[in-house]
Write a protein that binds this ligand. Structure first.
Ligand code: GLU
Length: 286
């Protein structure tokens, strides 16, 4: 099967060197493995992902010398698809409405603030325990709500299967390691936000499947989130891509780049006279 890679930025700001590394690595691996390379715009946050930022993002990638297949999938055009899948999961009794604000969550969690793998307060399950009557009443009142995945119910519906994924590495991603996932560490994740008819987790899983992505190559910041993605793929009977979570960007000598440099927008470097060739070289892609 021909490998398919993607770079999937959320243009809620300008792309920086960290993005450049991830994009160049995906394109490089596609070339090395005779695969395809796609760019997907993850602009579900339609307030922060302005038209200017989306345009700037694609311009920066072009400036870097990247070339990808058209058309580019923009998640902001796909809300109906995401919502339809959320409805399917809801009909299976796996989602519940959550009316909580951030403050409500912090208050309910109290002193014993357990954290999820991202360091956020673990949702204490407040709205999972609402009575049918109270839920109906609050829905009837038009109170805004998110939809959360009932993680215990989801894992039970999948059965006692051991979960995980194949983490691949090596010049052509030829080495494989079996990773055991810990989805329960996330608790009841949000699949549909209050203000957006999806969430990152739902959209990313559906689009990786839609686009036939075989290799998801992204930063280690999303390593733990892969557990959630595996749960959703299993619930929805979607194919499982292989994963490679790359370390934070390093320069050619393997030294970690200073945080300030790593987060400098590419357009700023460009305005300062840095060339795309210099950036590719610095990141080890010359
Ligand atoms: N859109 C996500 C981000 O920019 C990355 C999605 C992914 O690679 O899975 O953080």
């Amino acid at each position: 099967m021909q490998p398919v890679f993607r770079f999937a930025p959320s243009p809620n700001g300008f792309l920086h060197l960290g993005h450049a590394y991830s994009a160049l690595l995906n394109a490089h691996l596609a070339r090395e493995t005779g695969g395809r390379f796609l760019v997907r715009i993850e602009d579900i946050d339609t307030i922060r992902c302005t038209e200017n930022r989306v345009t700037a993002c694609l311009e920066d990638l072009e400036w870097l010398g990247l070339d990808w297949e058209q058309p580019v999938l923009r998640q902001s055009t796909q809300f109906g698809r995401y919502r339809a899948t959320a409805d399917v999961l809801a009909a299976r009794g796996l989602l519940y409405p959550c009316f909580c604000s951030r403050n409500d969550i912090a208050t309910a969690a109290g002193q014993a603030t357990l954290r999820d793998p991202d360091g956020a307060i673990l949702y204490p399950g407040t709205c999972r325990h609402l009575s049918d009557g109270e839920r109906a009443e609050r829905l009837g009142r038009g109170e805004p709500y998110a939809l959360r995945l009932d993680m215990v119910a989801a894992l039970a519906s999948i059965g006692a299967r051991r979960f995980g994924w194949q983490e691949v590495s090596g010049a052509r991603l030829e080495n494989q390691t079996d990773i055991t996932a810990r989805p329960e560490a996330w608790g009841d994740v949000v699949l549909v936000r209050k203000e957006t008819p999806t969430s990152y987790h739902l959209a990313v899983v559906l689009d990786d499947a839609l686009q036939g992505i075989t290799h998801v190559v992204r930063g280690t910041d999303l390593y733990e989130a892969t557990a959630i993605h595996r749960v959703l793929q299993t619930l929805l009977d979607l194919p499982t891509p292989r994963y490679h979570h790359h370390a934070l960007i390093r320069d050619k000598e393997g030294k970690k780049l200073a945080k300030s440099l790593a987060s400098t927008p590419l357009r700023q470097l460009r305005a300062e006279g840095v060339t795309a060739g210099e950036i590719r070289k610095r990141l080890g892609f010359d």
